[in-house]
Every structure is written in structure tokens, then in C-alpha cells.
Ligand binder design. Structure first.
Ligand SMILES: Cc1cc2nc3c(=O)[nH]c(=O)nc-3n(C[C@H](O)[C@H](O)[C@H](O)COP(=O)(O)OP(=O)(O)OC[C@H]3O[C@@H](n4cnc5c(N)ncnc54)[C@H](O)[C@@H]3O)c2cc1C
Length: 394
């Protein structure tokens, strides 16, 4: 869909479409199966401006609207979802600076984030704190004009190949309520991405092996006496705001996971529609068997509904509205649609769905992550319900 797009947005989507066809399609399957980091594709992504996709133009980004950004994400996820994680997690870090940072922080970090000279992600999760973020124990102590950080994060996308993260910490561990003692620091971990040149006081733990989402690294970060400048690192220059930055402030993160989910669902549907017409049983294409038609019909309806929910959330976001509920609905529905469509695509493809020669098994492994990332789907429904009650008081 390219309706309501400016000429510039259209050109960007066209360029990405060509790149996906020419450069990504031929290598995605091999890189994914080998769990190999796509260094060459990341260089292309820098040139395409993807690391600055939603960073304002005054800081060197493309300044895309959420509507266009979500289409870019869907397009890329349709070819290889892992690639979208490499720039989306990075852009969550950038969004925190752009939305909540001081002027000096924006001027210092955003141009480097936009080019991909500094790349990274968002480090919230710890071994004993995922959904319950207020239970984190990573501690940052103010010492003069610096913070000294101790603690460990896990499951962090881009923790190994990247060189910077937005780090959720406790600056006042005894605060009550707990969220008031939480702050966000931008911490550079290495001199440059794609190196092992760690800054003093921070190192990577193990690279985590996972079911899907291959190619992109998910890793641990361990801070021990790590020092960073308070002026550049403490986002917004004020302690106690980190929890809000990590949760309420990142509706765009949910729109992005929803958009990735639409990509997975669309690919599962596309592959299934084609396969169902070419595979014959009992003398006719399986697309003529009602059992398969029921699956295709359900997949098509869910995919389109998911796409429309994403468009709706992105449109309202672009109008400057608070969209916790809409982004939550899009994320919840689209990720469940992706999981449904990937599973049905597997059945439609029969034994070939289980084969590594077809992309279906990859969609089947990638889809469940969409139900976990950016707030699990259990939490999304709770967020939707709370917003619903708040917006409709009796
Ligand atoms: C591939 C991958 C990449 C990731 N990337 C990142 C990243 O870049 N940065 C980052 O910070 N984290 C990342 N994560 C971590 C992810 O955000 C967490 O896994 C997620 O938030 C869930 O936390 P948890 O795994 O600790 O599960 P838990 O919080 O232990 O939840 C377990 C189950 O209990 C349910 N549950 C928990 N609390 C409640 C409640 N109050 N009410 C109802 N149900 C509840 C959950 O929905 C879930 O079903 C990543 C994870 C994966 C798998």
C-alpha cells in the first residue's frame, strides 16, 4: 500500500523494496540458518538511512512519520524479520534521547545514531526482572559529575555487535513507589560497533542461543565500576524518570513490533496462496479443497485487520495523540495474527512447511517472539483494559 504517501516516502519505500529483492532475498535464508550477523546488509542499511529512520532531519535522520516507518518495518520483516530488529532496537534508544533528552544530549548522540556510527539498543531486562521492570537491581551511583554503574542485563538485542545502550537503572533503590527511583542512562559500551574494544567497566556475557530471530545478536551486558558522564548520560538530566521513559514513552516500540508481525503474517499468507495453487492432491490444487480455503480466508482476514490496526495506531501517533491503547491493540492483535498465520502456513505446506528449504519454518520460529517483545501479550491486554476504563469513567 502506498496511499497517502509523500513523494519522498514513496522513493524511500521503493529503494528499500529494490534492496530487499536484490541484496537481502538471495542471502537471508543462509544467514538465518547459520545464525550469522549480516555485516554487509548492515552497511547497506546505514546507506539507506535506516538507523536514522525516525530521527529528526535536523539531527541527520530521515524524520519518517510513524505511518511510513511502520510500512518500512513491515516490508523488511516480510523478507527477513531479524533485519528489522537491528535498526528498530537502535531506534528505541534514539527515540528516548529525541523525546526526553536535553538539548546537549540530542546534539551529541542523535547525529551519531542517525548515521549508524554508534549503534545499539534498549537494555531493560535483567535475569530476574522482565515484565516486572521495577524489580531491576542494576545500580547507578552519582559520584561528582559521573555515574558509576554496577549490574547485569540480559536478552539485549544488539548488545554484542552494537556499542551503546539506553540502560534502565536504579538511582535510588530504596524509593517507594519503586519506579520513582529509576533512571535512564545512555551508556557507550565499546569504542565502535562490530569490535571487541570495550570501554573500561563493561563487558559482554554470553551470546544467547534462541529458537528464531537469528542473525541479530541477543546478549548479556555486565557493568562493574563502569563510569559515564552524568551530563551526557542521564537522559533528560533528571533522576527518577526512567520507568516512564522505558514504558509509557515508547508507544512507537509497540507499533514497530506490530508492524513486524504484519510482515510475518503477510509473508505466511503470500507463500500459502502461491503454494496452495501449485500443490495438487486428489487431482486438483489444494486451494480448491474447502479445508484449505477456510485457512486462507481466516489468514487473509486476520492479516488485513492487523495491518489496519497498525495503520490506525501510527496515524493517531502522527497526530500527536497518546496511543497506549491503540498501539497495545495493534501489537497484541498483529502478533497473534502472525503466530496464527505462520502455524496455518505450516499446515498448508504439509511436510514442506517443516523443511528448511522453505521460509515457513522460519516464520514459525520468528512469530512467537512478537508475542513476547515490547511487553508480553498478557500485559498488552491488561494495558488495553486499564486504558479503556480510564477513558470511560462512570
Ligand atoms: C529474542 C529476544 C529479544 C529481546 N530483546 C530485548 C531487548 O532488546 N531489550 C530488553 O530489555 N529486553 C529484551 N528481551 C526481553 C523481553 O523483553 C522479556 O523476555 C519480556 O519482557 C518478558 O520478560 P520475562 O522473559 O522475564 O518473562 P516474565 O516477566 O517472567 O513473564 C513470564 C510470564 O508471566 C506473565 N506475567 C508476568 N507478569 C504478569 C502480570 N503482572 N500479569 C499477568 N501476566 C504476567 C508474562 O506475560 C509471561 O507470560 C528480549 C527477549 C527475547 C526472547
Amino acid at each position: 500500500m502506498t496511499d497517502n504517501l509523500s513523494e519522498d516516502d514513496r522513493l524511500i519505500l521503493d529503494a528499500i523494496g529494490k534492496w530487499l529483492n536484490q541484496k537481502v532475498k538471495p542471502v537471508a535464508m543462509r544467514l538465518e540458518h547459520d545464525d550469522e550477523y549480516p555485516h554487509d546488509l548492515v552497511e547497506d542499511m546505514k546507506e539507506l538511512g535506516l538507523f536514522g529512520a525516525i530521527i529528526d532531519e535536523e539531527y541527520g535522520g530521515l524524520g519518517l512519520s510513524a505511518s511510513t516507518y511502520s510500512r518500512v518495518v513491515t516490508l523488511i520483516a516480510e523478507e527477513w524479520m531479524s533485519l528489522s530488529g537491528i535498526f528498530n532496537s537502535h531506534l528505541m534508544m534514539a527515540t528516548i534521547v529525541q523525546k526526553f533528552g536535553t538539548q546537549r544530549q540530542k546534539e551529541y548522540w542523535l547525529p551519531k545514531f542517525a548515521t549508524g556510527e554508534i549503534r545499539g539498543g534498549l537494555a531493560l531486562t535483567e535475569p530476574n526482572a522482565g515484565t516486572d521492570l521495577q524489580a531491576i537491581t542494576t545500580r547507578a551511583k552519582r559520584v561528582g559529575d559521573k555515574y558509576v554503574v554496577e549490574g547485569a542485563k540480559t536478552w539485549i538485542s544488539n548488545a554484542i555487535q552494537g556499542n551503546c545502550v539506553a540502560l534502565l537503572v536504579k538511582t535510588d533503590p530504596s524509593a517507594e513507589p519503586r519506579y520513582q527511583g529509576m533512571s535512564m542512562l545512555i551508556t557507550q559500551t565499546k569504542t565502535a560497533p562490530d569490535t571487541d574494544d570495550h570501554l573500561p567497566g563493561v563487558r559482554n556475557g554470553k551470546k544467547l542461543e534462541k529458537l528464531g530471530y537469528k542473525g541479530i545478536d541477543s546478549g548479556e551486558l555486565i557493568y562493574n565500576d563502569y563510569e559515564c558522564s552524568a551530563d551526557l548520560s542521564l537522559v533528560g538530566g533528571e533522576e527518577g524518570k526512567g520507568f516512564y521513559m522505558a514504558t509509557g514513552g515508547l508507544e512507537i516500540g509497540r507499533i514497530n513490533v506490530a508492524a513486524r508481525s504484519v510482515g510475518i503474517a503477510k509473508r505466511a499468507l503470500r507463500e500459502s496462496v502461491a503454494y496452495a495453487q501449485s500443490r495438487k492432491t486428489m487431482g486438483k490444487p489444494i486451494s480448491e479443497h474447502q479445508a484449505i480455503q477456510l485457512k486462507l480466508g481466516e489468514m487473509a482476514a486476520k492479516t488485513r485487520a492487523a495491518e489496519l490496526l497498525v495503520e490506525d495506531a501510527a496515524r493517531l501517533f502522527d497526530l500527536g495523540q497518546r496511543v497506549d491503547m491503540e498501539a497495545g491493540m495493534a501489537k497484541y492483535f498483529a502478533s497473534e495474527a502472525a503466530l496464527y498465520c505462520a502455524t496455518e502456513a505450516m499446515r498448508i505446506h504439509g511436510g514442506y512447511g517443516y523443511s528448511k528449504e522453505y521460509p515457513i519454518e522460519r516464520l514459525f520460529r520468528d512469530a512467537p517472539l512478537m508475542c513476547i517483545g515490547e511487553g508480553t501479550n498478557e500485559m498488552q491486554r491488561i494495558i488495553i483494559a486499564k486504558q479503556l476504563v480510564k477513558r470511560n469513567p462512570v
